[in-house]
Design a protein around this ligand. Structure first.
Ligand code: TXA
Ligand code: MG
Length: 330
């Protein structure tokens, strides 16, 4: 049982970074926007704060967290870079790319945050308010997406509140997050860079910088996941999803994409379009908010129109496939 806490909500104004940093220093839990989704931050060096973070999310403790830092210099104190990771960091940071790297010998991040692994996930977010909080705090902040474990990631402060009100200390409201999709996660070292999670930067863009293809995670990743949060049903909403739907069935809502339509669309319980223009960047930004909006009582299921697999479509289809997977223990 978590004790109920009073959750304070503040706007991302000039006072917000100082308030957030003070709260983190006191061992508090602070939700704040990054360019991808809202993160739930804790002091990365404070094991007790991290334990409370797992509790607040209801997250299995074997699932390691991403350490957020303000720049590459700060990342070097946490992780060891090789030529590939160096190139990726220079090209995409600040931005929606997370690198999984060998932990640096003097890495100050609490072992609980890395689930005892000898690697660490590091990211430099590209968001004014996230950067301001990191600089005001002056150290790494671990931040999973600020949702209850098993729910879709939050792209607005209202989403965070719906999941975590009374369980965390502070929410910094900086409006909707522009990318709307979690960061892409690339593991470096070993047999060459591997795409552990498709995300806010398209595979093609990453491969162009590397000058070679990314490896796929091994097939047994579902049982012993290299990115352990990639359990099949991780993103599941309560309503059943039907992917690449050619028609809308009775009782279903429609999650549309592009200018086209499908049979039965007029009878849909509700309709939202990820991008009427068929733009995959816009679709990524809308995905989680639209899933949340359609996932409500009275909606028996959600029919999802086919979405192309190229560019950010890979990450969108990945999240949809997980949301459609049968739930394990939620
Ligand atoms: O965009 C994002 O990445 C957001 C924002 C808040 O930065 N964060 C986010 O965190 O999506 P989270 O905790 O929901 O997902 C992090 C993923 C998990 O799948 C976790 O298992 C994986 O990163 N991960 C963390 N450390 C790892 C490691 N050492 N090796 C492999 N995977 C790791
Ligand atoms: Mg998450």
């Amino acid at each position: 049982m978590t004790a109920r806490t009073l959750t304070r909500l503040i706007k991302a104004d000039t006072a917000a970074p100082g308030i957030a940093a003070d709260c983190l220093r006191a061992g508090g839990l602070v939700a704040f926007p990054t360019e991808t989704v809202y993160g739930l931050g804790a002091d990365a060096a404070d094991g007790a704060a991290i334990a409370r973070l797992y509790l607040a999310k209801g997250r299995p403790s074997f699932n390691p967290l991403i350490a957020h830092v303000a720049d590459i210099a700060a990342a070097r104190r946490l992780a060891v870079f090789d030529a590939d990771s160096e190139r990726l960091a220079r090209s995409f940071w600040p931005g929606p790319l997370t690198l999984v790297l060998p932990k640096a010998p003097a890495c100050p991040v609490a072992p609980l945050a890395t689930a005892g692994l000898d690697t660490i996930a590091v990211r430099v977010p590209n968001s004014g308010i996230a950067q301001a909080i990191l600089r005001a705090f002056g150290g790494p902040i671990v931040a999973p997406s600020a949702n209850l474990s098993g729910h879709v990631s939050p792209t607005t402060a209202a989403h965070v509140r719906a999941d975590l009100d009374g369980r965390i200390d502070l929410i910094v409201d900086g409006g909707p997050t522009p990318v709307g999709m979690e960061s892409a996660i690339v593991g470096c070292g070993g047999d060459g860079p591997v795409l552990l999670r498709p995300g806010g930067i398209a595979r093609e863009a990453i491969e162009q910088v590397l000058g070679r293809p990314l490896r796929q995670p091994p097939d047994d990743a579902a049982e012993a996941p290299a990115a352990p949060g990639m359990l099949a049903s991780h993103y599941a909403p309560a309503a059943r999803l039907r992917l690449a739907a050619k028609e809308v069935r009775p009782g279903e809502a429609l999650l549309a994409f592009g200018a086209g339509t499908v049979r039965g669309a007029q009878a849909a319980v509700a309709v939202l379009n990820l991008s009427p223009a068929g733009d995959l960047v816009e679709a990524a930004a809308n995905l989680f908010a639209h899933l949340r909006a359609l996932d409500r009582p009275g909606v028996a299921g959600i029919a999802v129109m086919p979405i192309p697999h190229e560019g950010l479509g890979e990450a969108i289809n990945d999240r949809l496939a997980r949301a459609a997977a049968p739930k394990d223990n939620g």
